[in-house]
Design a binder for this molecule. Sequence first.
Ligand SMILES: CC(C)(COP(=O)(O)OP(=O)(O)OC[C@H]1O[C@@H](n2cnc3c(N)ncnc32)[C@H](O)[C@@H]1OP(=O)(O)O)[C@@H](O)C(=O)NCCC(=O)NCCS
Length: 161
Amino acid sequence: MVAPVPAPRPVCRTGGDDDHEYMVGLAERTFVDFGDYRMIIEEWLSAPRVQSVVLEDRGRRLGFALVAQHRALGFWRSTSAELVAIALEPRARGRGLGSLLLRAAEDEARSWSAYEMKLHTAIQNRVARSFFHAAGYRVREGRATFYPNGQPALELRRRLS
Ligand SMILES: CC(C)(COP(=O)(O)OP(=O)(O)OC[C@H]1O[C@@H](n2cnc3c(N)ncnc32)[C@H](O)[C@@H]1OP(=O)(O)O)[C@@H](O)C(=O)NCCC(=O)NCCS
């Protein structure tokens, strides 16, 4: 009898230049209500210390995350990280893959010894708020921030260490 072969699971890998157009396209489609994300993501991708993580299933890309490293100056201050974008193809949502991608982005930040991950999400984005809350992120009260098209955002944080 032949043992059943387990189906390959989607995997996360470090993004590269070949993924840029994919990430820009998905961000543009996903965040169209919030601003010109083609321009925004292109700017982030060309910024120093921004790392991308791509989720793929048998060579087909299903989503990506972008993490920025914030190096603090000063002897007693630690490096932190910011999740500047995370998005999945609509067909890939709701089956744990966003959580897989978020964990991979957090692992990337830990590899820089970042003690904390922060991010912004729109107050109106109830799915994202629920997603980040389930992953341990909590709201940091403070100054209000806004998306380019004016939607108010919340700042969320989670300790990584
Ligand atoms: C936010 C996003 C990345 C979540 O990815 P996902 O793969 O759908 O999420 P998961 O399946 O890993 O869900 C993890 C948890 O998030 C919460 N969650 C996910 N989808 C949800 C929904 N539609 N409604 C409420 N809670 C939801 C649940 O707590 C879920 O845990 P459970 O499955 O045990 O109930 C995905 O929906 C997405 O790409 N959205 C568009 C882009 C976006 O809004 N990005 C964030 C902006 S900062």
